[in-house]
Design a binder for this molecule. Structure first.
Ligand code: DX5
Ligand code: ZN
Length: 216
């Protein structure tokens, strides 16, 4: 089995101390930095834009894993790439076709991911699975940090792992929402290989939890 990667979500970091927060998770052994972009339309919350991604890029060498919870990703992908995104994940529930979003992201030669909300069947992206570097299974309804892991998403993680194994797909299975020292076991047991965690890491006061041996 591949090593489990930990991607702290800076949604739960202290925004006034971003620099220190990033240094702390780097030191603790984070593998990626998960950056949640919300537009107030696709999800009922607002966060930040490309300028923040560009600022993060200046202070870290960790890959920036940009999760776009926005309605018109096709309009913004290029700006996030120029800002320094190493992977861009879009939601399959938006109106733009996944194939178009794939073409745009891949024209910049970075990683491409697709995310599904808890109620979206994996079947709906069945045609695109061979294109993905990352398949992001939301384990809470997107929009806010600090929610509880939805157990009903576990069959989707398992199915993503089965299809990957059967067809030799290359995607990493990333899970996002309500991950902590307990739920991580369920997610990894079902086949997750990248763990996003916000509250558990940043509100713990002990950033060492980001270390994969500790958390997963
Ligand atoms: C939710 C975001 C998550 C969020 C996870 O919409 O996509 O990345 O920050 O936060 P926790 O780990 O606190 O559930
Ligand atoms: Zn996220």
């Amino acid at each position: 089995m591949n090593r489990i990667k930990i991607a702290p979500s800076i949604l739960s970091a202290d925004i006034l101390r971003f620099g220190d927060e990033i240094k702390a998770i780097e030191k603790a052994g984070a593998d990626l930095i998960h950056v949640d972009i919300m537009d107030g339309h696709f999800v009922p919350n607002l966060t930040y834009g490309p300028d923040i991604v560009a600022a993060l890029k200046k202070i870290t060498t960790l890959p920036l894993d940009v999760h776009l919870m926005i309605d018109n990703p096709q309009v913004f992908i290029e700006r996030f790439v120029r800002a320094g995104a190493d992977n861009i994940t879009v939601h399959c529930e938006v109106s733009a076709p996944v194939a178009l979003l794939f073409e745009i992201v891949k024209s910049f030669n970075i990683g491409f991911g697709v995310s599904i909300k808890p109620d979206t069947p994996l079947d709906s992206i069945g045609d695109y699975l061979d294109m993905l570097d990352m398949l992001l299974v939301m384990t809470v309804y997107p929009g806010f940090g600090g929610q509880s892991f939805i157990e009903a998403t576990v069959p989707t993680i398992r199915e993503a792992a089965r299809l990957k194994e059967e067809n030799g797909y290359k995607y990493e299975i990333e899970v996002d929402g309500g991950l902590n020292d307990q739920t991580v076991k369920t997610a990894v047991g079902a086949g997750a290989s990248v763990i996003v965690a916000g509250n558990y890491i940043f509100k713990s006061g002990d950033y060492k939890v980001t270390h994969s041996n500790h958390m997963a």
